[in-house]
Design a protein around this ligand. Structure first.
Ligand SMILES: Cc1cc2nc3c(=O)[nH]c(=O)nc-3n(C[C@H](O)[C@H](O)[C@H](O)COP(=O)(O)O)c2cc1C
Length: 170
């Protein structure tokens, strides 16, 4: 599969089966996180793997968008180890972490594992529930797993804008 084929085929899975994600596949997904590019190579991305019964019970209190997944990755960045522009102070943490999360999403799909990027959570509640260190800022939850047999792309999946709407060539 080419990258463009993978990008077109992948969709947000919102119904997962009970089949657990094998550790070998999980490790490959995490390796994709490790290899993501980051501003000035600061590598501020940090990932929590929530998959024990206790962790998943907590995760389910944090967002209604876990869709029955048995494993959830929480993507954060380290606010004390992240590049910011020296004069306008724009922080690259969310962008760095978004790239890492996208790597995970794409690698998962290549391995036959679905995911759904989730931002429907309150960061302060996530920090408190998981007792995150002060320096970590949550960016995304990524429930991952094998899609249920009747899982299907949502209507938004096919609603990509045209290049004319997205691109300006100067
Ligand atoms: C930053 C971001 C936040 C998102 N938050 C949620 C969410 O909280 N719940 C959800 O079901 N989907 C969420 N999504 C998934 C989008 O709705 C989805 O990617 C988009 O509708 C396109 O559909 P597709 O991924 O199936 O192609 C999010 C996606 C992104 C990139």
């Amino acid at each position: 599969m080419t990258f463009l084929e993978l990008a077109a085929e992948r969709y947000s899975v919102r119904k997962f089966s009970d089949r657990p994600v094998e550790e070998e596949k999980l490790n490959k997904i995490l390796e994709a996180v490790r290899l993501a590019p980051t501003a000035v190579n600061k590598q501020p991305q940090r990932v929590y793997v929530l998959r024990s019964a206790e962790a998943m019970e907590t995760a389910r209190t944090l967002s209604p968008c876990l869709y029955g997944a048995g494993t959830v990755l929480l993507f954060c960045y380290d606010k004390e180890n992240v590049w910011s522009h020296p004069t306008d102070h724009a922080c690259a943490g969310e962008v760095d972490t978004a790239i890492a999360c996208t790597h995970a999403m794409m690698e998962a799909w290549e391995l036959g594992i679905g995911s759904c990027w989730v931002r429907f959570f309150e960061a302060e509640k996530v920090k408190a529930a998981l007792k995150l260190p002060e320096n970590l800022e949550p960016v995304a939850l990524l429930p991952i797993g094998y899609a249920a047999e009747d899982a299907a792309p949502g209507p938004q999946h096919a609603a990509s804008k045209t290049l004319d709407e997205l691109v300006t060539i100067l």
